[in-house]
Design a protein around this ligand. Sequence first.
Ligand SMILES: Nc1ncnc2c1ncn2[C@@H]1O[C@H](COP(=O)(O)OP(=O)(O)OP(=O)(O)O)[C@@H](O)[C@H]1O
Ligand SMILES: [Mg+2]
Length: 484
Amino acid sequence: RTSIGHFLLNRWRFLEDSFHAHQLYKIPKFNQHMQRNQLHHKVLTYLNSLPSAADSDFVNLFSGNNKSNQIILVIDDGHQVFPDTFLGSRVYWKFDKDCFVLKMRRKEKRRILSSYLQHIHKVADEIEQKNNEVRLYINAENEPERNGRWISTPFTHPATIDTAVIDSDLKNKVKSDLESFLKSKQYYHRLGRVWKRSYLLYGPSGTGKSSFIAGMAKFLCYDIYDVDMSKVAGDSDLKLLLLQTTSKSMIVVEDMDRYLAEKSTAAVSLSGVLNFMDGIISCCGEERVMVFTVSNKDQVDPTVLRPGRIDVHIHFPLCDFSSFKNLANSHLGIKEHKLFPQVEEIFQTGASLSPAEIGEIMISNRGSPTRALKTVINALQTNNDANKTTMIHKLTHNGSVTGSSGAPRNLSHSGSVDGLVDLPSKLTHSGSSRTVEESGDSGLFCMENMHTGKELKKLYGLLRNRSRRKESVDLDGGEAKLST
Ligand SMILES: Nc1ncnc2c1ncn2[C@@H]1O[C@H](COP(=O)(O)OP(=O)(O)OP(=O)(O)O)[C@@H](O)[C@H]1O
Ligand SMILES: [Mg+2]
């Protein structure tokens, strides 16, 4: 009975429509510049929410990303017709290759077209906001038959800004910076600037840079476009990739220092990277956050780091005792332990490991916090010994400090041992001090944990240990005087 009713209704509608002239509107996936057509994405989201989608002859079923028992219906891009009604008027949708085709009666279009498209935008935005499913896009090889260069997948990385074990002030500063960015479209336009903001995350390997990027994207509810530079064919290809990103997205280039260092094999030139970061091309599409990671900022060309290309520098240091305690709390569930003073003392001699290394030790020993802490202590001592060996090697080879042979050595006038960087004057004598400098209209600020007192103690501890060793370092004027 229902199938007869369904059949007769379709026939009647078809007959009725055949007495009206219709207008067709095509909505392609990409525009003529191969940029992603936002409306195409909105229409797909909207159609998937229609009851007629669920009743259509073919529907794709996908399991949800966030909840495993969630089933998602996605319309099939076969030759089906999806009816919809809006303001009492009937319209039809269907797929045609990679386009959507909207069919409506010619006499109705003035009355309903623009409000219908606004309705689609509104419903699609509400659905996206509700799902706030962040998607990860990776750039594929440039294959002609592939439609578009980005392949996407739901992004379900569990990290958030709060799970990162870094200075809590730093976290709050980043969050408020991101929040003010989200609300500052008018402000940027009044300055004549593109509404985008760039972050540089720098620090040794395993200090949480990539995890923090995941946290930033989830905080913003922005999709991530992870640019694999090894798959970029050249400067124009990089621009094309940028053109095909959507607004409300984070564009990520990891290990940029390594890429820029490999000048001979890098397909993209330095100027290509500079333009990608802040050239005219970067204004194609707004409401974007760009994030770059490097392991050593000093090796990056300063033109890459100027304000406007990089607005915020965020330092990810190796572990110190306070971040160690945060890791012990999150990984082992302990806030205090009898071995903590021993751990603190080793940190004060200058040993350090990355949060990844310490976290891994704790995870593999999470059944026994004492065993985990003892393993961390051993690992730190091993690291300490390795540091000392490296430092002595450097001092005996780079500086001209030698053993008891008394060979001359050149002390810089300040009495600091050669080969050691003159530590900046804004030293504090204990703990770590964070330096946040606002400069210029770019609001550039650096968020750096400057472990100054600790570095002094580290070097002093190393030298003291060394001077106790059998070889005696011949320091003019007694003890080495470190500049403070
Ligand atoms: N500061 C941190 N807080 C919490 N977890 C961390 C931190 N640093 C590293 N980790 C953990 O260590 C692992 C590696 O972290 P991540 O990949 O973010 O480091 P990275 O800085 O990107 O390293 P690389 O420079 O080698 O890419 C992750 O599982 C992460 O959870
Ligand atoms: Mg990483």
